[in-house]
Design a protein around this ligand. Structure first.
Ligand code: FES
Length: 81
């Protein structure tokens, strides 16, 4: 989420600031490691379940920790709920 904001993607609201409580940072992992395509916790999974736009590769971007293995990661912003 922070990388998206720093990259100029102002459409990502991220209202809770990364506390995993708003789902306004919802993205779809389009290209990247398979392990990133599943929610990282039960809380994230529950929050994604409340989205009408949950789909393949849905993640809350604030719950993804980037490292050097994610250099080619591609995400698409989910529509607003
Ligand atoms: S910023 Fe609120 S859940 Fe990610």
């Amino acid at each position: 989420m922070e990388a998206l904001r720093e990259g100029g993607f102002d459409d990502i609201l991220a209202l809770c600031g990364g506390c995993c409580s708003c789902a306004t940072c919802h993205v779809y992992i389009e290209h990247g490691p398979e392990e990133l395509k599943a929610p990282g916790s039960d809380d994230e999974d529950d929050l994604l379940e409340s989205s009408a736009h949950r789909g393949e590769g849905s993640r809350l971007s604030c719950q993804i920790t980037l490292d050097g293995a994610h250099d080619a990661l591609t995400v698409r912003l989910a529509p607003e709920d």
